[in-house]
Write a protein that binds this ligand. Structure first.
Ligand code: ADP
Ligand code: MG
Length: 701
């Protein structure tokens, strides 16, 4: 038997044709290794098929049956479909007989060519979700149907292949255009049989007790669910290991660079601390300590500060920047937008001017300093340079003359993108870098995507904030909401009413802010109601916000524009209409607008309550106000691609994202990677791995 090597083109296998090779090429699977790396998207246990369903309600099922009749219904016009009546084949291969309950109707809509694919007599394996026909032809109503099931024709004289496709757990792959599932499976099976084991050894063995060839066999053709799971874990571990290697390598390179030893003098920090009207939270103190320790090393700091909106990140940043200034270097704060930069500037001037700090605002359109008036009297040049510069990220690229840049604080990592940090590395002596983010990132993602950063967490809300009560209301009565609102407004509180849309849409029957606004004006005639949405001009928005902040408006009917930058401690009520239409992260950010004052706050999530998924989502929110727990749930429910955006996060390449919730696995991968990087001899013995790491192209498989 001819042995196949991992790097061989697939056509080297005598059972794979030139035409197949072309099909594989266009799917990006050119070699034996590529094909084997196509991990099954799911498995079907064909050792025992599910019984034909007599009723609906369960999940997906895997059935074995024979086509007894096919029909094309109404093609040409709209709503045409192809149907196949499939009869159960029981274990001994005998048809089910006379009862209708042993039959199921499969339907494929708008796929007229199906009539050439399926015919009476075909034996099928079907995978899909049975349901009851509720529309369509009269004789269909109430029948159990499967629409667009995955199907596979079995039998047809391929006697040898029986052991591949039946009586075992079979893999089901993401499709390759031009190769039917069955052939794809045979190809993988065949390639595995003829594989030269030495050619698929990995550059680094993540699990000495589990040979890679065995894992490869078991991930494709497992003998049990457990085996499949173990094999998938093996490859997930490999993948995370590769990721950790490159992340830790980057981190080590940044670490080895020359930095400054800052933070030895703490006089300014101490003065600031004593000037505050409140005590820092435990989490703030802990974070400041972690930052001081980093700054004091001769290596550049590379740290991320994570905390919900309002957790006090800005004050931690001020502490770090004061430490830098005390060491005689410049500190820079970069915000994602001009407005936020201006806000930061005002905050900094308010708190730090009393300490005599020279602060400059530099944005595209504005330059302002808090110390220039005295500049004319100043004698030496050095006194003229600001000690802190606050601006937008354009600061990095514009020719802002940093005199002696020691610390860079980047606000809102997500909006910046990871690349900006790299821009700093161009300079000779690297500044310390602190990245702040208000988007809670699940720990597993922090470890994988931001593993080159150390993390400080602000997981504690400053004292003196009222508790937020969150409730889900299914189709609440307007009169109830109205009554509740009036009661709170009469006590002097304020409220946000949030709607998903600005204007009424024909397509979506959900609340539109403009329409609901008119209604609330009438309902709450004793109070003043304002409207805020994204289609208003900046000035209009500012005017409305100012009125709301000053208490001239009691109620704000709004869209999600209130998500960022609004701080009105007296507002303690938020009612979110059609809450199911918002993402978890977004709901969490919205809710962050209340609970900022001393009063108890209420968040009402109103929903029409149709889908269990939506309810599950809202229950997460009602159950916790911990941003990290919410982020973990979001990751679990939507997957990392949707949570962070695959494009942005580079997650698109991860095959094993299903394991992203598995922190122990990721931690294990990290330990392995640390061992490799610290244990030099290991790298010396493994020049191939070293080269891969250096090229930043670690792929262990
Ligand atoms: P973030 O930047 O995380 O959104 P800020 O630093 O802007 O949070 O702080 C939010 C609000 O909380 C500010 O009004 C600030 O004055 C206040 N604050 C910050 N830290 C504390 C604290 N330890 N105790 C009380 N209030 C605090
Ligand atoms: Mg902030």
């Amino acid at each position: 038997m001819q042995l196949l090597r991992a790097s061989d083109p697939l056509i080297s296998a005598d059972f794979i044709s030139a035409k197949d090779q072309l099909a594989y090429d266009s799917a990006g699977l050119s070699t034996v290794a590529d094909l084997l790396a196509r991990i099954p998207k799911r498995y079907e246990d064909r050792r025992a098929f599910d019984a034909f369903p007599l009723q609906v309600g369960g999940g997906s099922c895997c059935l074995r049956g024979r086509v007894v009749d096919t029909q094309v219904r109404g093609f040409g016009g709209k709503g045409g479909f192809f149907e196949a009546i499939v009869e159960e084949i029981t274990g001994d291969g005998v048809g089910g007989g006379v009862f209708d309950s042993n039959k199921i109707t499969c339907r494929w809509f708008n796929m007229p060519w199906m009539k050439n694919a399926l015919a009476a007599g075909h034996e099928l394996v079907l995978y899909g979700k049975p349901k009851e026909a509720t529309r369509g032809l009269k004789e269909h109503l109430g029948r159990i149907v499967m629409d667009h099931p995955d199907y596979e024709i079995v039998g047809e004289g391929e006697h040898e292949s029986i052991s591949i496709h039946l009586e075992r757990i079979v893999p089901v792959y993401k499709g390759v255009s031009g190769i039917v599932q069955r052939r794809l499976r045979e190809h993988v099976f065949g390639v595995l049989e003829q594989l030269d084991a030495s050619s698929i050894e990995s550059v680094y063995d993540v699990d000495a007790s589990y040979p890679r060839l065995e894992a490869l066999r078991e991930v494709h053709f497992p003998e049990s669910e457990e085996q499949a799971q173990a094999a998938r874990r093996y490859f997930a571990l490999e993948e995370f290991f590769a990721l950790q290697l490159s992340v830790l390598w980057k981190r080590a390179r940044y670490r080895d660079a020359t930095g400054r030893e800052l933070g030895k003098k703490t006089a300014l920090l101490t003065e600031f601390y004593h000037s505050l009207p409140f005590d820092l939270t435990g989490a703030q103190k802990r974070s400041v300590k972690e930052i001081i320790a980093d700054m004091r090393t001769p290596y550049p700091m590379s740290r991320m500060l994570q905390g919900d909106v309002g957790s006090g990140k800005t004050f931690v940043a001020m502490c770090a920047m004061l430490l830098a200034v005390d060491s005689g270097v410049q500190a820079v704060l970069m915000a994602p937008t001009q407005i936020l930069a201006e806000q930061h500037y005002l905050t900094f001037v308010k708190w730090l001017e009393p300490l005599g700090i020279r602060i400059s605002l530099r944005t595209g359109s504005r330059q302002q300093d808090n110390f220039l008036s005295s500049a004319e009297e100043a004698e030496s040049e050095s006194i003229l340079s600001p000690q802190m510069i606050i601006g937008t990220h354009a600061l990095l690229y514009d020719a802002v003359e940093f005199t002696d840049l020691g610390l860079v604080v980047i606000d809102e990592q997500h909006k910046f993108g990871v690349g900006q940090r790299a821009a700093l590395i161009k300079q000779g002596v690297l500044p310390d870098v602190l990245v702040m983010t208000a988007t809670p990132i699940p720990r597993s993602l922090t470890l994988t995507m931001y593993g080159d950063l150390d993390v400080s967490l602000l997981d504690e809300r400053p004292a003196g904030r009222g508790e937020i009560n969150t409730g889900i209301r299914v189709k609440p009565k307007v009169t109830d909401i109205s009554k509740f609102l009036k009661a709170e407004l009469s006590k002097g509180r304020q409220a946000y009413l949030v709607y998903p849309l600005v204007e009424q849409s024909d397509r979506l029957k959900v609340g539109a802010a403009t329409v609901e606004y008119e209604k609330w004006v009438k309902r709450l005639s004793k109070f003043s109601v304002g409207l805020l949405h994204g289609k208003m001009s900046g000035e209009e928005k500012d005017e409305v916000m100012t009125k709301f902040r000053d208490g001239e408006l009691h109620v704000l009917v709004a869209t999600t524009v209130i998500e960022v930058g609004v701080d009105v401690p007296n507002a303690n009520i938020m009612i979110i209409d059609h809450a199911e239409r918002f993402g978890l992260a977004q709901l969490h950010q919205l809710r962050g607008r209340i609970g900022r004052g001393e009063h108890k706050s209420y968040c009402v999530l109103a929903t029409d309550g149709k889908s269990p998924d939506a309810l599950e989502k809202l229950e997460v929110l009602a159950g916790t106000s911990d941003g990290f727990k919410i982020a973990e749930a979001d990751l679990r429910m939507r997957g990392p691609g949707d949570v962070l955006g695959t494009q942005q996060s580079g997650l698109a390449d991860l095959k094993f994202v299903e394991f992203l919730a598995d922190i122990p696995l990721i931690t294990e991968a990290r330990k392995l990677a640390e061992k490799v990087l610290i244990d030099d001899p290991l790298l010396e013995k493994n020049p191939r791995l070293l080269k891969l790491i250096e090229d930043g192209d670690v792929q262990v498989g």
